[in-house]
Design a protein around this ligand. Structure first.
Ligand code: NAP
Ligand code: MG
Length: 463
């Protein structure tokens, strides 16, 4: 396996482990503060020329970048299997998502229209001006897609980008940085800086040339970033945690709801901010639903992530596995799924019956393969229980009643809902959280707007 190189190293290095085996994969040199400042400075110097690239040429460069990602799709996917323990099926989807998001936003430079607004005495037009250097901070759970959701629309809008991957999972981002150069993006336009959150990530917040921070990760770090950005009134997008509800009504296709629930909760070993980690079942079908859920949980294929039929691999680290496992101490575990018994950070999926809505398993984001199930009485109770959380990222509603599906979808305080499915993030549609799940939206047709400022210009027609 080809390991990408890093031009940094003054910040020491980190040994990246394969979560499926706990064996080292690579030693990655990290940037220190001075190297981070120098990279931000290069991105700042690259900005005027990049914003001046003609729209059709910027579009072409992004399409080239997408094509180069496409021709390295297998390499990127296998790198992610080794670095993050993602199943090969998921990892291929993730590399393909980077390609698709680049392609989607490559259409934007030629279509990032301003407006012509009727006014007296002249002509009034608006422009979308790029911000400058955008800092993207990425977590370890979806290293490739989350990076792309930040850098693709930011580059399309004419910004230069510095990107900090998570220390645990820097490899695919570093490779994407190399592929960008191979695709013809000018030096300094897209720079991947492996390093510590407390050094590189923090510097994105404090460096005056970084004009926006696009952060995905924990709610606690996100709050600190928002506070830090206030000092310079720095633009910020936050994608934070979740504790999303999967609401199953008695009139639903219960077989389908039960068969799909493990995927909604355990995909990526539950390390997904959109995981449907709370299942709410109408009380009249609660027992029946649990009966149907059992074979689905036990059949959920936990295996070496390089196996083509693996549905779940290991957790990212010993620390993450231990933090999730701690919640199982003394919990009422109703079902236990498959696991792999060998070295590596493995944990079998679990279905837990919480003691009530105050149970930490029901309230906290565990970020692991644990799902909690509670009954509800009626529609109002389902909405109230779904909303009884500080989070509001995602959720699902299973019912055959279209009116109810819409009422409940409107009632749940959450940014992304799916009916009779567990929709993953779609790049064509806006993605983001209500309440403490985040601030702002990523993806969808409007993403380039959040990487630009509206400028209004009035031109007098007085003679
Ligand atoms: P985290 O600490 O929030 O890390 C996310 C990213 O922010 C990483 O790149 C991290 O760098 C960086 N970072 C950390 N401290 C920073 C700071 N002070 N300033 C700027 N950047 C900083 O998340 P985590 O520790 O990896 O995971 C902890 C929990 O967060 C998880 O158990 C889960 O509940 C939640 N989480 C949510 C998401 C999501 O998609 N919403 C993703 C991951 C985690 P380092 O890698 O160097 O620490
Ligand atoms: Mg952390």
């Amino acid at each position: 396996m080809r390991i990408p190189t890093s031009p940094f190293g003054a910040g020491g290095d980190v040994t990246v482990l394969n979560p499926a085996t706990a064996e080292p994969v690579a030693v990655v040199p990290l940037a220190d503060l001075a190297e981070t400042d120098a990279a931000i400075e290069r991105a700042h110097r690259a900005f005027p020329a990049w914003r001046a690239v003609a729209p059709a040429d910027r579009a072409r460069l992004l399409r080239n970048f997408a094509a180069v990602v496409d021709s390295h799709l297998e390499e990127l996917a296998w790198l992610e299997v080794a670095n993050a323990g993602h199943t090969i099926g998921n990892a291929r989807w993730e590399a393909g998502n980077v390609r698709d998001v680049l392609t989607y936003y490559s259409a934007s430079p030629e279509r990032h229209f301003g407006r012509q607004i009727p006014v007296a005495g002249g002509l009034d037009v608006t422009f979308h001006e790029p911000l400058g250097v955008v800092g993207v901070i990425v977590p370890w759970n979806f290293p490739m897609p989350i990076a792309g959701w930040g850098f693709a629309p930011a580059l399309a809008a004419g910004n230069t980008v510095v990107l900090k991957p998570a220390e645990l999972t820097p490899l695919t981002a570093m490779r994407l940085g190399e592929l960008a150069l191979e695709a013809g993006l000018p030096e300094g336009v897209f720079t991947v800086i492996p390093g510590k959150g407390s050094i590189v990530g923090e510097r994105f917040v404090t460096h005056p040339h970084v004009r926006k921070v696009c952060f995905t990760g924990s709610t606690s770090v996100g709050k600190g970033i928002m506070r830090g950005c206030a000092d310079q009134v720095k633009r910020v997008t936050l994608e934070l945690g979740g504790k999303s509800a999967n609401i199953v009504f008695a009139d639903a296709d219960l077989e389908k709801a039960a068969a799909s629930a493990p995927g909604g909760a355990f995909d990526n070993a539950g390390q997904d901010c959109c995981a449907r980690s709370r299942i709410l079942v109408e009380h009249t079908v609660y027992e029946r639903f649990l009966e149907l859920l059992q074979p689905a949980v036990e059949g959920f294929r936990v295996a070496d992530p390089s196996q083509p039929d693996a549905e779940m691999g290991p957790l990212i680290s010993a620390r993450q596995r231990d933090s999730v496992a701690a919640y199982l101490d003394g919990a009422d575990v109703a079902m236990t799924g498959q696991t792999v018994t060998r070295s590596g950070f493995w944990l079998a999926p679990r279905v837990v019956l919480p003691r009530g809505v105050e149970d930490p398993v029901w309230r906290h984001e565990l970020f692991g393969p644990v799902v909690a199930v509670l009954p509800f009485t009626d529609e109002a109770d389902a909405i109230a229980k779904a909303n009884d959380t500080e989070y509001g990222l995602s959720g699902s509603i299973f019912t055959r009643d279209v009116g109810r599906a819409l009422r409940v979808a409107r009632g749940v305080e959450s940014g992304n809902l799916s009916v009779n499915s567990h929709s993953s993030v779609r790049y064509w549609t806006p993605f983001g959280g209500f309440k403490q799940s985040g601030l702002g939206r990523e993806l969808g047709p409007d993403a380039p707007n959040s990487f630009s400022e509206v400028k209004n210009v009035f031109i007098s027609t007085d003679s």
